[in-house]
Design a protein around this ligand. Structure first.
Ligand SMILES: [Zn+2]
Length: 268
């Protein structure tokens, strides 16, 4: 084979591989439109991320009732916005997974992000036995033994592909905070944006505050779920211990389509 034609052939092959990756990415990441006429079905998939027996034991004992506060949160908040649909989300628990998902690259280039997204979708396809007809959003919850700094890694929610990746601790006392993080990432998959300062972590006023028109403004009592923290004084904020200490603010409600959804009749 002539040198020129070999290079030509290689170039075409490389282009075809790139096109195949892009096609696969587009195919696997088509977002579903949530109209709030039927409940959003959320599948929680626990992962034994540190492979420790104690984490495994915690995962083996997990029940769907350990996630009921997520449903209760959406019922309570949906009622506040007169959403006709109740419950707005239904949570199911899938069997635990033993293989951790592909590592999220630090400050990735566009190509690295794309490659990670393809690997991630392939990993999901390998490890989730549930078909897409059975779940609208999948939340992968990586559990670590309490004290492991990896349990504090950034969680994320991808609107394309409707996938959330949550990091948390395998202990009953941490589960309600794990569920708070899960709801934050779940709302990202439904179109909600972050409402905190990326540099300081402080919630942004007014959208990131649970009660932005309270007078005096401080102390705030609860967190706006996408604001992420309870701003107690201008300089001091706290992570909410559970969804009981969180609300869906009006900016988030608009982003996820609650104000254009079917409304319940007003209370007399
Ligand atoms: Zn976020």
């Amino acid at each position: 084979m002539k040198r020129g034609s070999l290079f030509g052939w290689l170039r075409v092959s490389l282009l075809l591989v790139l096109l195949a990756i892009l096609a696969l990415y587009a195919l696997l990441s088509s977002p579903r439109n949530v109209d709030w006429d039927t409940a959003v079905r959320v599948r929680i998939l626990p992962i034994n991320a540190d492979q420790l027996p104690q984490t495994g034991a915690y995962l083996a004992a997990l029940q769907v009732s350990d996630f009921h506060d997520i449903e209760a949160f959406f019922i309570r908040e949906g009622h506040k916005y007169r959403l006709a649909l109740s419950p707005p989300v239904e949570v199911a628990l899938a069997p635990a997974i033993d293989t951790p998902p592909p590592e999220v690259p630090d400050e990735p280039s566009i190509l690295q992000s794309l490659w990670w997204a393809v690997k991630m979708r392939f990993w999901v396809w390998q490890h989730d036995s549930w078909s897409s007809e059975e779940a609208d959003v999948r939340i992968f919850m990586s559990f670590y033994a309490p004290g492991n700094p990896l349990g504090l890694q950034h969680s994320l929610g991808l609107q394309k592909g409707m996938i959330g990746l949550v990091n948390g601790y395998a202990s009953a006392s941490h589960q309600s905070f794990n569920n708070f993080v899960a709801v934050h990432e779940l709302l990202h998959t439904l179109g909600a944006s972050d409402k905190y300062d990326m540099r300081t972590g402080k919630p942004l006023w007014p959208d990131g505050f649970a009660d932005p028109v309270k007078s005096p403004l401080f102390p705030q009592q609860r967190a706006e779920v996408m604001g992420g923290r309870v701003q107690v004084t201008p300089g001091w904020s706290l992570l909410p211990p559970s969804l009981d200490h969180a609300v869906i603010g009006s900016a988030t409600a608009i982003e996820i389509g609650w104000l254009s959804a079917r409304r319940a009749p007003a209370d007399p």
